[in-house]
Unconditional design. Structure first.
Length: 540
């Protein structure tokens, strides 16, 4: 391996060509920063802080202190990487960031906000005024945020972009970070085509803030911070709060002049799908949630909602032990009002179906594998410093858990949608999956390479698809024992053989297991129907 100084200063020719283009004059690229937000690459960011700035951040982490910023594109794993000649920007504003669970001091794996024009008017980097570096302290998998914003984007929700960076501060390795696009006027102009501060706003929700009167503006819990737009005129947000306070059966029509509810219902559907419990619609907890969202108003005062803080997603029961994020569980006031109105509730149900299909179409499992393979050697490098938050074992377990969630969540969405269609007239009863009399689940064989198969028998009324899932309860929430979908060509008895996961087969060597089993039958036409129950599998 080459000495460290040489490795950073001797990039390959191909990488240097990329650098020449990216650090050229602003007119060279319409979106100069785009290559920086590539989740399939790791960049190098080095921050240099004088002692006075270190002392300032120790005294007040929320205040920007001057420092120097250096950025290089890299290719290859640690020890073999090639890096572009660093782009260096001096006199950059640097402060710490983070909430209740993610904030870390400078002596730890601190997260950072960068502001290029804090001390030098008009200064930018690749057209950007600001950057956000998340420490991923609450995400051992290091893929939650990237995948969550992919899901929101696929559903048509405006989102920031993500990339990865290895960060050093004053020559000390801090580790792997998420480079998250800051939502400001630059990002808004990119997303929406333009942004006019005189007629539009971007409001950042603080901890526990909701759209209820009286609207509070500030940086404390329960208030909104005006990130972009006129701070002295927040009439648009007050009008939205007025619409949120309305009740009655025509709420959708009453709120339409103030809220883009087609966009918002898709936003909430994705939050629910990815279990963003710490967002707007995840869990209603007074003083703590809603949380992690932005409100953007266009020139006519109509609002859209943008997601944020998605590091604790793609994980069952991540927020409240023993409780999953229910698709119709209580959330913020706009979400609750929507579900209380039949027209808006129908819009939301349609959004859940659209979101499910859009996320399935993304085929995220290979994406998780690819990103994990990219990040693993950098995660291993991070272990060599004392600031690392998670070990390699937690990293691997984290992204494997994400893969399990991705496999299971579409079926849960389908199940919930089927539940909304229940109580049909008697003529529809034939669509219910009837479990045949007799033993519903046969005893499984002894665990082994060919054993460990759960067998379930069903009576089905016609052709369609039969989805089966078995779960066990754990301290961290439901754990999938097996899952399978089979095509049913004709009515009659259908036997489904679902191979249990290795971890379940291993548990069964030692003890009996109680298991929840559910099935959803979806005919070619008509309503999906659900059946379920519990079974105890014997040890052996």
């Amino acid at each position: 391996m080459r000495p460290r100084a040489e490795r950073w200063r001797s990039p390959a020719i191909a990488v240097a060509v990329v650098a020449a283009a990216l650090f050229a004059a602003p007119a060279a690229l319409a979106d100069e920063a785009a290559p920086m937000y590539d989740p399939h690459a790791v960049a190098l960011i080095e921050l240099t802080l004088p002692k006075s700035s270190e002392d300032g951040l120790e005294a007040d982490p929320s205040e920007y202190e001057p420092g120097t910023f250096s950025f290089s594109y890299m290719s290859g794993p640690p020890g073999e990487e090639e890096a572009t000649t660093p782009a260096v920007v001096g006199n950059v504003g640097i402060r710490l960031k983070g909430g209740l669970g993610s904030f870390r001091k400078l002596s730890e794996k601190a997260a950072f906000k960068l502001k290029f024009n804090e001390f030098v008017k008009g200064q930018k980097f690749l057209g950007l005024k600001k950057m956000t570096l998340n420490n991923m302290a609450q995400d051992p998998s290091m893929v939650h945020e990237t995948l969550a914003y992919r899901a929101f984007g696929a559903a048509g929700v405006p989102v920031p972009r993500t990339g990865y960076a290895y960060v050093r501060v004053n020559g000390v390795d801090f580790g792997l970070y998420l480079n998250l696009e800051t939502l400001d006027e630059t990002a808004l102009a990119r997303i929406f085509g333009s942004f006019d501060k005189s007629t539009q706003h971007l409001y950042e929700a603080q901890l526990g803030s909701d759209v209820v009167a009286p609207i509070k503006i500030g940086e404390t819990g329960g208030s909104f911070e005006v990130d972009e737009g006129d701070e002295a005129n927040v009439a648009d947000l007050e009008a939205l709060a007025g619409a949120a306070a309305l009740g009655g059966p025509a709420w959708l029509a009453q709120a339409a002049p103030y809220a883009d509810l087609e966009e918002m219902t898709r936003m909430w559907a994705v939050e629910k799908f990815v279990e963003h419990w710490d967002g707007y619609s995840g869990h209603a907890v007074s003083g703590l949630r809603p949380n992690n969202y932005y409100l953007y108003s266009d020139s006519s005062g109509i609002f859209q909602m943008l997601p944020w803080g998605t590091d604790q997603t793609w994980s069952f029961n991540a927020g409240v032990p023993g409780q999953e994020v229910a698709f119709d569980g209580a959330g913020g006031v706009l979400f609750n009002r929507c579900l209380s109105d039949s027209d808006c509730a129908a819009l939301y149900r349609a959004a859940v179906a659209e979101v499910r299909d859009a996320i399935v179409a993304l085929d995220l499992d290979p994406e998780v594998e690819a990103i994990a393979e990219l990040l693993l050697p950098w995660q291993e490098l991070e272990q060599l410093n004392t600031r690392h938050e998670h070990d390699v074992g937690e990293f691997v377990a984290g992204f494997e858990s994400v893969r399990d969630f991705i496999a299971n969540r579409p079926g849960q969405a389908t199940h919930w949608l089927a539940e909304q269609e229940r109580e049909p007239p008697p003529a529809f009863q034939t669509y219910v999956v009837q479990i045949l009399e007799g033993p519903v689940f046969s005893q499984i064989g002894k665990p082994g390479r060919e054993g460990g198969v759960l067998i379930a028998r069903f009576g089905v009324p016609e052709a369609g698809d039969l989805w089966l899932k078995a779960t066990i309860g754990t301290r961290d929430g439901p754990f999938t024992a097996c899952q399978k979908t089979v095509a049913v060509a004709a009515p009659g008895e259908r036997v489904v053989r679902c191979r249990l996961r290795a971890a379940i087969r291993e548990r069964l060597r030692r003890r009996w297991l109680k298991m929840s089993v559910e099935a959803v039958f979806t005919p070619a036409a008509g309503f999906s129907r659900w059946v379920g129950g519990r079974v105890t599998l014997p040890r052996g």
